[in-house]
Design a protein around this ligand. Structure first.
Ligand code: ADP
Ligand code: ZN
Length: 630
């Protein structure tokens, strides 16, 4: 608090107040006067007279020969029929004796004004005032920003006070490493830093420098922020945070100023932690584009680099930054002395998910039937944040049902909601519903009888989110590589829905849109990346690079010949056609079971694993791999 007042006194910020005052005046002016500024049109004298006779003129102002009038309601008055209730006209200089009686007769209110039109100056002023105010306002802004751009005279300070969201109040976080479940490797690396923060003298006596920058890398929600906070909490030091995305501001120079401020405060309160979230949004490779946004980013980035370099090694401030795109970071950020320690946080595996669920259900009253292990098994691909969300969603469902304990069914429902979206109430026609049951039944049957496909978890024809129905399979364990047989079976499962429609109903529908997309993407990867086609061989012919964390495709120019492209296309088609044939074979072989399954599905809408087994016979012991939903 003290620092803040001190700063205010150093940088008198009256120009900011002036700017605000101007802005308010301007807004007020527009609000007050804009509605009355309806245009007034010049009309012929005889038209004026007939309007009066019609009785639609409300009042008139007579100023010498000039008449200004208002109608009771708007009418097309302008030369091109523009609507208005205001008009003006001129009385002949020799007068019109018949006018006044008519006006009186029609009960028009008559004002007689002074002849000299003093209004003209006022009108002029009134119409130019807003423009002048606007120009003034922009002039101020321009002055402030150009000052910062130029000599960094601290000109940003006033504007900053005006616009800056106050730096988050620094406190020692209450979070500790106990709140971070799993992530053992990352935790170990970060734990080392606790000693640096707690016992700086011990290290400086030995001549060791405190590490400065630690880059936390990992998919969104893997606990990067949590980890940084836990470090501060564990060491008992204040935590200063700022997010890269906050810097995308309209006014150039604000970001750099805030970085400077943040580091200053952190140094004053050392030992402390500075946390920069979403570093990639400012720390992208420089010089990749033009325009204000980039200038701003570059300035902010440069400021961060300058701050990191400005450390003497005795400040005892550790800077942690988080990113989910380490690949796009400017190499300058990763140089020794900057963010040279890298800690990777992975999506949790089954055991870690179990641990995270335990952390987040500490304060949740659980019913006896809740099996945390099977929740962990049923949530592959969930991040820590997703799991937190799941627990919260389940608790809310229990609350909505007025129960005082959270039951397994709440977790199930919450999981489906997160994975597939909320249940939609859609009016589905009976024949459409039947097709849906056939489609999902097809996926399920093929998944059930193919030896390498994942075990089934649930099949439903209740529309959720964007999907009309769904067949879910769940792996018993996560696998990090996918064998060829598994992928081939998976292709057949994906195409099973469509095949069932074709076999049983004799026609196709657009319902397989996403299936075909999935199958094509998978088959293409098998051919062009994993060398699973003998016609192509182990050659990398992928079209795009997949991002390591986000799975997002990054477009790349093609680096292979037209001929190769054609070979890939043919091999992809071959894989898909083969898979479809296998699906069709299973469908005709187990046609009776499929019919039963479809009946059940139409009757119950959702079938779980036991229902499916009852319907299709005992399940084989399957080796399971990745997770699929089709
Ligand atoms: P990130 O910064 O990587 O996007 P966050 O740290 O913001 O992720 O995580 C969001 C929330 O998810 C955390 O506040 C925490 O409640 C939960 N969470 C994430 N990872 C874990 C974990 N390993 N253990 C416990 N909770 C976690
Ligand atoms: Zn499908």
């Amino acid at each position: 608090m003290n620092q803040e007042t001190e700063q205010r006194n150093q940088n008198p910020n009256w120009p900011s107040y002036v700017a605000v005052a101007l802005f308010v005046a301007l807004a007020y002016y527009f609000l007050m006067y804009a509605p009355t500024m309806e245009p007034s049109y010049e009309i012929p004298y005889n038209q004026f007279k007939s309007l009066v006779k019609e009785g639609v003129v409300k009042d008139v102002v007579l100023r010498g020969e000039v008449v200004q009038g208002t109608l009771a309601s708007t009418r097309p008055m302008g030369p091109r029929g523009e609507p208005s209730a205001r008009f003006r006209t001129r009385i002949p200089s020799f007068g019109d004796d018949t006018l006044l009686p008519v006006l009186e007769d029609r009960e028009v209110r008559i004002h007689i004004a002074e002849e000299k039109e003093k209004g003209i100056l006022a009108t002029l002023l009134l119409s130019f005032l807003p423009l002048a105010l606007l120009l003034l306002f922009f002039y101020f802004i321009f002055q402030r920003t150009s000052k910062t751009l130029g000599g960094r005279l601290g000109g940003a300070a006033e504007l900053k006070n005006l616009l800056e969201a106050p730096a988050k109040k620094a406190e020692v976080p209450k979070v500790t490493f106990d709140d971070v479940a799993g992530q053992d490797t990352a935790k170990r690396e970060v734990t080392e830093l606790v000693e640096f923060l707690k016992n700086p003298e011990m290290f400086s006596k030995l001549g060791a420098e405190v590490p400065r920058g630690v880059l936390l890398m990992g998919a969104p929600g893997t606990g990067k922020t949590l980890m940084a906070k836990a470090l501060a909490g564990e060491a008992g030091v204040p935590f200063y945070s700022i997010s890269g995305s906050e810097f995308i501001e309209v006014f150039v120079g604000v970001g750099a100023g805030r970085v400077r401020n943040l580091f200053e405060t952190a140094k004053k309160n050392a030992p402390s932690i500075v946390f920069i979230d979403e570093l990639d949004s400012i720390g992208r490779t420089r010089g990749t584009g033009l325009g204000g946004g980039h200038d701003e980013r570059e300035q902010t980035l440069n400021q961060i680099l300058a701050e990191l370099d400005g450390f003497t090694g005795r400040e005892n401030v550790i800077v942690l930054a988080a990113t989910n795109r380490p690949d796009v970071l400017d190499p300058a950020l990763l140089r020794p002395g900057r963010f040279d320690r890298h800690v990777t946080l992975d999506l949790p595996d089954r055991n870690d998910r179990m641990a995270i669920i335990k952390v987040h259900t500490r304060k949740v009253p659980l019913a006896k039937d809740v099996d945390l292990g099977s929740i962990a098994a049923g949530t592959p691909g969930f991040s820590g944040a997703d799991i937190k969300n799941l627990v919260n969603e389940a608790a809310m469902l229990a609350g909505r049902n007025k129960r005082d304990q959270v039951m397994m069914q709440d977790f199930d429902e919450a999981r489906d909601k997160l994975l597939l979206g909320t249940v939609r109430t859609l009016a589905i026609k009976p024949e459409e519903r039947h097709r849906l049951a056939v489609h999902e039944g097809g996926h399920t049957l093929v998944a059930y009888f193919l030896p390498h496909a994942d075990p089934l978890y649930k099949v439903t024809i209740i529309p959720r989110g964007r999907a009309l129905g769904g067949t879910q399979q769940l792996p018993e364990e996560e696998r990090h590589t996918l064998p060829e047989e598994y992928l081939q079976d998976r292709l057949a499962v994906i195409l099973g829905g469509r095949s069932a429609e074709k076999e049983l109903l004799g026609s196709l529908s657009s319902g397989a849109d996403d299936d075909i997309h999935q199958a094509s993407t998978l088959a293409r990867a098998m051919v062009a990346r994993w060398g699973m086609s003998t016609d192509v061989g182990p050659v990398d012919l992928r079209e795009s690079e997949e991002h390591p964390f986000l799975g997002r495709e990054i477009a790349q120019p093609r680096r292979y010949s037209e001929h190769s492209a054609q070979t890939v296309d043919e091999a992809v088609r071959k894989l898909i056609v083969e898979a479809e044939q296998r699906a069709v074979e299973i469908i005709s072989q187990y046609r009776q079971q499929l019919d039963q399954l479809i009946d059940q599905l139409e009757a119950k809408e959702t079938l779980n694993r036991e229902d499916i087994e009852q319907c299709l016979g005992p399940v084989r012991n399957k080796t399971s791999l990745g997770s699929v939903r089709v």
